[in-house]
Design a protein around this ligand. Structure first.
Ligand code: NAP
Length: 477
């Protein structure tokens, strides 16, 4: 399953390319190496995808669906091996890695079914001698750039709808986690996918992106990653007016009202904040609790956070694995130090952690109270296991605090009064809202951001819209 080659035009290639080491973030050990694509390799991949497009898009939807269903079935069959590979390169606990593989399989299966429902429209004409049709057609060759935090599902939720719609694809995964991506190529290869339909290459990110943008054969870019890189790609893509979808950073608020079920809300905070060591784009980044329950809630949460076990993701008792690298670790440290220097109080954690004898990139799950509004943690995405919390008085104040960010990806609210729930979710400027639900991502629903969290949706029938164009046909009789 661990392929140390690139998958281009239906061939596995490595000859003559320089290699990049891939390391385990839990202990720094090298787990393998991958070749880095040159400009020529990226161009080969684009040409292969372009050459494969006419026949792939002309297949009946059922035939494309059959391949994608096969991929879903193999992912489930190989889930233990795929999960282990992911934990080795990314660090997340094995159970989370297995959950991610299952979600990836869901994306392939759900979009396989959706491929059969790419309906057009007939439109009533204004005169008797015309017939009007609106058809949906795949946009063409799509290029996807994906991050390391979900090394499988971030790819699945782009390529499943793209391929289902009839597009062909080139994927450039994050350099830190290439093996989970290449394992997907391995499955396509095993199933006999036509050459060029899916291409996966690792390479110097700016160079690869330049080639994607420069090629008139690429008609769509789909990016998941940081807001800064997303903005830069959008500027570049404007030169050739390429379609672009951007799934970018977040700064999720979590609101707990007086009438919430406290135990359910504490469990929700733990799941939403500390999954993947706090390295998800929809991780809670700011916790606001209504004054009446603030003290009791903070106590319960602190007790629960103190019980979380940090360690190697391969160890079954681990709740929180390592940060992806030293830079990510030092960002968490910087946010904690800054909050404390400005008057914040550490309730739990606040230091690096170890796993056995390994220093690794571990940080203790950390709660900080009373950080002032100008603290870094109050307005920057931490992307780590650090949670600041504050008290609020009123519903209006909670909504205003939640919305006081340029980001708009996910927000959470815990309450029981249904009228309050409706007022609050209507007031929140975020693309994904969890109401008494800390894990809102599913294959059948649209996921995506507002404001600086980007635009475009992944999942649901809306996810396939990103890979389809409308074509209007006016027929004179
Ligand atoms: P990143 O640095 O932006 O990297 C993401 C991808 O972009 C990687 O494949 C990276 O390649 C590539 N890249 C880096 N520099 C590039 C450049 N100059 N041109 C083109 N591509 C470039 O982000 P990250 O640190 O990996 O991921 C964390 C961010 O992603 C967070 O902000 C998180 O919130 C966001 N995210 C958003 C969602 C969502 O659905 N909205 C989901 C997950 C993550 P290399 O690895 O080779 O450098």
């Amino acid at each position: 399953m661990k392929r140390e080659q690139l998958y281009v035009g239906g061939r596995w290639i490595a000859n003559g390319l320089e290699y990049l080491d891939v390391t385990n973030p839990a202990n720094g050990e090298q787990i393998g190496h991958v070749p880095m694509a040159t400009r020529a390799v990226v161009q080969d991949a684009i040409h292969a995808a372009y050459a494969a497009f006419p026949s792939w898009s002309a297949l009946p939807a059922r035939a494309r669906a059959d391949l994608l269903k096969g991929v879903a079935a193999r992912m489930r069959e190989y889930s233990d091996e795929l999960a282990r590979l992911m934990t080795l390169e990314q660090g997340k606990p094995l159970a989370e890695a297995k959950g991610e593989i299952n979600i990836s399989a869901d994306y392939f299966e759900w979009n396989a079914e959706e491929a059969k429902r790419v309906y057009g429209e007939t439109i009533p004409a204004a005169t008797a001698n015309k017939r009007l049709l609106a058809l949906r057609q795949p946009v063409g060759v799509c290029a996807a750039i994906t991050p390391w935090n979900f090394p499988s599902s971030m790819i699945a939720r782009k390529i499943a709808p793209a391929l289902a719609a009839g597009c062909t694809v080139i994927v450039k995964p994050a350099s830190a986690t290439p093996f989970s991506a290449l394992a997907i190529a391995h499955i396509f290869d095993e199933l006999g996918a036509a050459p060029g339909v899916l291409n996966i290459l690792v390479g110097p990110s700016a160079l690869v992106a330049e080639e994607f943008i420069a090629s008139p054969e690429v008609r769509k870019i789909s990016f998941t990653g940081s807001t800064e890189i997303g903005q830069s790609l959008m500027q570049q893509a404007a030169r050739d007016l390429k379609r672009i979808s951007l799934e970018l950073g977040g700064h999720a608020p979590f609101l707990v009202f007086d009438d919430a079920d406290i135990d359910q809300a504490v469990a929700g905070v733990i799941a939403s904040k500390f999954r993947n060591a706090g390295q998800t784009c929809i991780c809670t980044n700011r916790l606001y609790v209504q004054r009446g329950i603030y003290a009791a809630f903070a106590d319960k949460l602190a007790q629960r956070v103190a019980q979380l076990r940090v360690g190697n993701g391969l160890d079954a008792s681990t709740d929180i694995g390592p940060m992806i690298d030293a830079q990510a670790l030092s960002k968490v440290e910087r946010h904690v130090t800054d909050a404390v220097e400005r008057g914040g109080r550490v309730l739990v954690g606040g230091t690096r952690a170890h796993s056995g004898n390994h220093a690794g990139n571990f940080y203790q799950p950390t709660l900080v109270a009373d950080a002032p509004p100008d603290a870094l943690v109050a307005h920057e995405e931490t992307f780590g296991p650090l949670l600041p919390l504050w008290a609020f008085e009123t519903e209006d104040e909670a909504i205003a605090l939640a919305n006081s960010t340029p980001y708009g990806l996910a927000a959470y609210l815990y309450a029981r009064d249904y009228a309050r729930i409706i007022r609050v979710y209507e007031g929140l400027q975020f693309g994904v809202i969890g109401v008494n639900d800390a894990v809102p991502t599913v294959a059948q629903a649209p996921f995506g951001g507002m404001k600086h969290s980007g635009f475009g949706r992944e999942g649901g029938h809306q996810g396939m819209d990103e890979y389809l164009d409308w074509k209007f046909v006016s027929i004179g009789l």
